[in-house]
Design a protein around this ligand. Structure first.
Ligand code: GLV
Length: 330
């Protein structure tokens, strides 16, 4: 019997690759820059990343393909409907990156509010501490302010818990109806409409997946509806924000600042965003980038592969119902 073959588009944690090899699976690791199309026709399972575009044309070449194991919570890079039509299971890695991503959302909120990158750059350039009661780079309070969570799933809840427990914030949310939203209400979060959230929040953190319904959810009108000092945080998907409209809103001072980890056209970042430094902090999609989390994500993807190789159900499949009702990021 020929071994079950697994194509890995870009390196995953070595412990996870070893798990596949120890189980006797044939592992085909793509070389850097090698097109996925080279692999897909020769494997039963593909371990993919959020930077891989897994569309119908690619899937059509996967004559033996049974599984796409995406090493990410989000799966907007995979054409789920096309995979389902072709009988290919798609899995993601929910849960294991919740805490790391929530930590980064809070880190961005604090970094923007207290202008940490700007202050760091200032000290390095001035080389001495020029203490003044009224510095140019005055910060914003976080404690006891209002946080609006857009998309109350597991990650939104983890952010809300930090905001309430750590900073005594009032938390409003919109979107989300599952167990995470129920827990959020138990800890005092209040569900409001998106217009109310935009109008009342000092900080707004996005935790919705990218779907047709959330594409440009934060557009020019939404930005205008925010408080002039509001800070927008995005650790979800870039295209949830109209990035050009955000650049203009920041330039015109329509909102107070932004902390961004994701971008509308990754790997590109809208021209203009890179030049905005005052109360704008940008990181290169590192929400889950802690060593423990990236290891767990790799392991979860590989456990899905092992299950399918063993003719068992995948552990975290994206079912039609889950894909249709995905209004929160898990
Ligand atoms: C990261 O953005 C992920 O979806 O895992």
């Amino acid at each position: 019997m020929t071994a079950f073959r697994v194509g890995i588009t870009k390196p995953i944690h070595p412990a996870a690759t070893k798990l596949l090899q120890d189980a006797g699976l044939a592992v085909l690791q793509a070389d850097e820059g090698q097109p996925i199309a080279d692999l897909v026709g020769h494997v039963e399972a593909l371990v993919s990343h959020l930077t891989d575009r897994i569309d119908d044309a690619l899937l059509s070449q996967g004559t033996e393909l049974r599984l796409v194991a995406n090493v990410a919570a989000g799966y907007d890079n995979v054409d789920i409907a096309a995979a389902q039509r072709r009988g290919i299971t798609v899995t993601n890695t929910p849960g294991v990156l919740t805490e790391a991503t929530a930590d980064l959302a809070i880190a961005l909120m604090l970094a923007v509010a207290r202008r940490i990158p700007e202050s760091d750059a200032q000290l390095r350039s001035e080389k001495s501490v020029n203490w003044r009661l009224l510095p140019d780079s005055m910060g914003l309070d976080v404690t006891k302010q209002t946080l609006g969570v857009v998309g109350m799933g597991q990650i939104g809840l983890a952010v809300a818990q930090r905001a309430i427990g750590g900073f005594g914030m009032t938390v409003l949310y919109s979107g989300g109806s599952g167990p995470a939203a129920a827990t959020a209400r138990e800890i005092g979060c209040r569900e409001v409409s998106l217009p109310t959230l935009l109008a009342e929040s000092d900080f707004i953190s996005l935790h919705v997946p990218l779907t047709d319904g959330t594409h440009h959810l934060i557009d020019a009108a939404a930005l205008r509806a925010m408080k002039p000092e509001a800070v927008l945080i995005n650790t979800a998907r870039g295209a949830v924000i109209d990035e050009q409209a955000l650049v203009e809103a920041l330039r015109e001072g329509l909102i107070g600042g932004a902390g961004l980890d994701v971008y509308e056209r990754e790997p590109a970042v809208t021209t203009g965003l890179l030049d905005l430094r005052e109360r704008v902090v940008i990181t290169p999609h590192i929400g889950s980038a802690t060593s423990a989390t990236r290891r767990q994500m790799s392991m979860m993807a590989v456990r899905n592969v092992l299950a399918v190789a063993d003719n068992r159900e995948a552990i975290t499949p994206i079912t039609a119902a889950r894909a249709a009702g995905k209004d929160v990021l898990r």
